[in-house]
Design a protein around this ligand. Structure first.
Ligand SMILES: [Zn+2]
Length: 475
C-alpha cells in the first residue's frame, strides 16, 4: 500500500514537472550551430541525439507529453451563435465562403489546373489522344505509377480525337488527373504521375500558366484571400524582371498580393537545384530577387531526407535574405521536421509526423515556427486516415502557429471554403481559434513588414464588418 502511494505521488509530480522552456531552446540552438559543412547522416544523428534528445531525461520527456495531452483535453466552448451556424449546413457553407481568410502560404501552380479548365481546353482543340503515350508518360520512371485498373483502361483504349470518345471514356480520361475522395487514399507515386499527364494535355505556355494562376487568384479573392505565396519549380536561370512584371499584373488584375517561393525538388534535378541555389546566392539584397521571398523543398519525402538538402538550405539560410519553408513530416523519415528546424527553416509544410515528438512540438511552440496545414491533401494522400484524426487543432492548442492552405487545389478539387468546412465539421474548433488561424496566415507569411502590416489592418477591418453581419463576437 505504501508503495502504491509512492507511485501516485511520483505521477502527480510528473504532471506538474513542466520541463524548462529555456532548456529546450538552449539545447535546440546548440544542436543547430553546426555550420562547417554538410555532416554525414551518422554524424548528424549522433550530434543531434547527444546535444538535443539525450540531454532531456526520460521523466522530462514524459512530463512534456502529459502537459501537451492535458492541453489537448481541455474542453472548449463554442459560443451559441457559432454553434448554430455550424449545425446548419447551408449556414456553415455560407459562413466558410464569407469568412475573411488572409493568406495562403502553401500552393503549387502546377496543381491549380481545374477540371473545367482542362476539359474546355481539350474540347476546344479536340486533342488527338494516344493512350499508349499517356500511359508511358504516367508510369515512366520509378517515381510514377498508375493503379492497375487505370493501366488496363489506357491499354485497351484506342487512339482517337478526344471528341470521338464516348462520354464515359472522356470522363475516365479526365478522372486520371483529379482525385476523388471515394477512391482515396492515393499513393504519392500515383499523385506524381498526374503532372506528366497534365503536361500531355496542356502545353506549357506562358499564356496557359498565367490564365491558370489568374483564375485561381480571382476565386481565392472571392473567398476572402488577400495574399498568396506560390511555391513553384523554376527553370534556370530565373528571369526576375519577367517574374516581377507577371506578378504585378496578376496582383493588379485580381486584387490578391502574390509572392513566390523557389521549390527545390527532392528526388531529381540535382543540377538544376545547385544552379538555382547559386543564382539566389548571387543576389546582394532582397530587391534583386523580389518577388521571390523564400525557398521550399518539394516532392516525395520517401525519396530523400531533409538533411540530404543541407547544401541547398544552409548557405541560403545563412545568407539571410530569403526565408525558408520545407515540406517535412508529410511522409518518410519522421525526423525530417526536427532536422528541418535544426537547419533553420521558418515554417514547415504539413508537419503531421511531428505529432508524436513532444520535444519538437514544444520547440516549435516556443520558437513560433509555423505549420502549413492542407486538410484535403492530407486526406487524399493518406497522410491521415480521416480529418477527425488530423492533429492541426492539437498543434494550435499547444501554441504552434498553424495556417490553412490548399496545396494543389485543382487536382484535389478543393478551395479555402472547403478546407474551412472540413475543419468545422470534423473538429470542435471555436470561432476564436479559426479567426486566429486566418490571422496567422499573414503573421507567418514571408511578406515584408509594410505589406504585412497593411494586410493585417485590412483583415481586422474585414472582420469588423463580417462579425457585424454574422452577429459574431471574438475575444
Ligand atoms: Zn505541397
Amino acid at each position: 500500500m505504501k508503495y502504491f502511494f509512492f507511485l501516485v505521488l511520483i505521477s502527480c509530480a510528473q504532471l506538474n514537472d513542466k520541463p524548462s522552456s529555456e532548456k529546450i531552446i538552449v539545447n535546440f540552438n546548440k544542436a543547430s550551430s553546426w555550420d562547417s559543412g554538410a555532416p554525414e547522416r551518422a554524424q548528424w544523428d549522433d550530434h543531434v541525439n547527444h546535444q538535443f534528445y539525450d540531454s532531456f531525461s526520460y521523466l522530462e520527456k514524459k512530463a512534456l507529453r502529459l502537459v501537451h495531452q492535458k492541453k489537448w483535453a481541455l474542453p472548449r466552448v463554442r459560443g451559441p451563435r457559432f454553434k448554430s451556424i455550424i449545425q446548419n449546413k447551408k449556414e456553415r457553407t455560407k459562413f466558410c465562403q464569407q469568412v475573411p481568410k488572409g493568406g495562403m502560404l502553401h500552393v503549387h501552380p502546377t496543381g491549380l489546373v481545374k477540371r473545367s479548365f482542362l476539359k474546355s481546353l481539350i474540347q476546344k482543340h479536340n486533342i488527338m489522344v494516344n493512350p499508349k503515350d499517356l500511359l508511358k508518360l504516367a508510369t515512366d520512371g520509378p517515381r510514377k505509377e498508375l493503379r492497375s485498373n487505370e493501366v488496363d483502361f489506357l491499354q485497351n483504349l484506342p487512339a482517337k480525337k478526344f471528341l470521338s470518345y464516348s462520354d464515359a471514356e472522356k470522363q475516365k480520361l479526365l478522372d486520371l488527373m483529379f482525385f476523388k475522395l471515394e477512391q482515396a487514399p492515393f499513393s504519392f507515386v500515383r499523385f506524381q504521375s498526374i503532372f506528366s499527364m497534365l503536361r500531355y494535355f496542356i502545353p506549357k505556355t506562358e499564356k496557359n500558366e498565367f490564365q491558370i494562376i489568374k483564375s485561381f487568384l480571382i476565386h481565392a479573392r472571392k473567398l476572402g484571400v488577400t495574399y498568396v505565396e506560390l511555391t513553384d519549380v523554376f527553370d534556370y536561370p530565373i528571369d526576375f524582371t519577367k517574374l516581377r512584371n507577371k506578378t504585378k499584373r496578376l496582383t493588379r488584375e485580381t486584387g490578391v498580393h502574390l509572392r513566390w517561393n523557389v521549390a527545390f525538388i527532392r528526388d531529381n534535378n540535382k543540377e538544376n537545384n545547385i544552379k538555382l541555389r547559386d543564382q539566389l546566392l548571387k543576389a546582394k539584397k532582397r530587391d534583386d530577387i523580389f518577388p521571390i521571398l523564400g525557398i521550399d523543398l518539394v516532392a516525395n519525402e520517401d525519396a530523400s531526407t531533409a538533411l540530404d538538402h543541407w547544401n541547398i538550405y544552409r548557405p541560403i539560410i545563412r545568407k539571410g535574405i530569403l526565408s525558408a519553408t520545407m515540406h517535412a513530416g508529410e511522409m518518410g523519415n519522421p525526423n525530417n521536421v526536427r532536422d528541418a528546424l535544426l537547419m533553420g527553416v521558418d515554417r514547415v509544410g504539413h508537419g503531421i509526423l511531428a505529432q508524436k515528438d513532444h520535444l519538437i512540438l514544444e520547440a516549435m511552440a516556443l520558437l513560433k515556427k509555423s505549420i502549413e496545414i492542407n486538410l484535403k491533401s492530407n486526406l487524399l494522400l493518406g497522410v491521415v486516415p480521416e480529418i477527425k484524426k488530423h492533429p492541426f487543432l492539437r498543434f494550435h492548442r499547444i501554441s504552434i502557429p498553424i495556417t490553412f492552405s490548399t496545396d494543389d487545389e485543382g487536382i484535389f478539387e478543393t478551395d479555402m471554403a472547403q478546407e474551412c468546412l472540413l475543419a468545422l465539421e470534423n473538429s470542435d474548433i471555436t470561432y476564436n481559434e479559426l479567426k486566429q488561424i486566418y490571422f496567422n496566415s499573414l503573421h507567418y507569411s514571408f511578406a515584408r513588414k509594410e505589406l504585412k502590416r497593411k494586410l493585417i489592418l485590412a483583415l481586422e477591418k474585414s472582420y469588423l464588418e463580417f462579425e457585424k453581419k454574422w452577429r459574431l463576437k471574438s475575444n
